[in-house]
Design a protein around this ligand. Sequence first.
Ligand SMILES: O=C(O)CCC(=O)C(=O)O
Length: 241
Amino acid sequence: MTTSEQLNSQSSPTTSQSYLSSLNSPIDGLFLIDDFISEQEEFELINSIDLCEWSGNGIPPNPEMRRRTQHYGYEFSYRYRKVVQNLGVLPNFLDFLIKRFIEKKFIQSTEQEYPNMCIINEYQAGQGIMPHTDSPEIFGPVILSLSILTSCLITFTHIQDSSNQSIILLKPRSLLVMTKSSRFDYKHSISKDAIEYYNGEEIKRDRRVSLTFRTIVNFNENNENMEKGGCKFNNNSVHYK
Ligand SMILES: O=C(O)CCC(=O)C(=O)O
């Protein structure tokens, strides 16, 4: 059985604490929920997203990024690798997702877990994201990432042992929940390959959008120590994406 088959081989959520902990995940704390949203919800979500301004590709903030992004709640500077601005509450079109995270008990409504930031990433064919671990100094213990539009593979590589890898198929409308070891002990990455293979099946990469929800647990507008923030890469220097 492949990693994502293992992740999906369980029945649907009932009472979620037990649901999450009962999943037979290959990595401690990693969960994949297919069809987390419906096709209609996906359609409405991408329409709302595309009505908003994308940054990247010359457009500030983060004009240097080739991949386009939208930041809500807090703005993350890829150049300075830190959270630079509190942008206020998340937009209404994300409300139903957070409500569902709580209803399904994927998160608790606590300061540590309630998402106050969402980064929307757009990947065109040929775009990916480097191996990284979201900084524990800045971000809370649960990270949730919803995929829409098309599929891609995500690779989890153990920080201490690069031979310890799991590759997971992220289908459109699936939700990846990273907690515990998967969130703290592994880097995750998405390749730039225009074509990927999973179980002998060809995956032709095309426009994919992901919505990653995090909880900023440490932000002070005047706190210079935020320079430390970001994500950890292979060489243990601190970077973010
Ligand atoms: O696009 C994804 O699914 C992952 C996004 C991600 O890892 C990030 O924003 O740090």
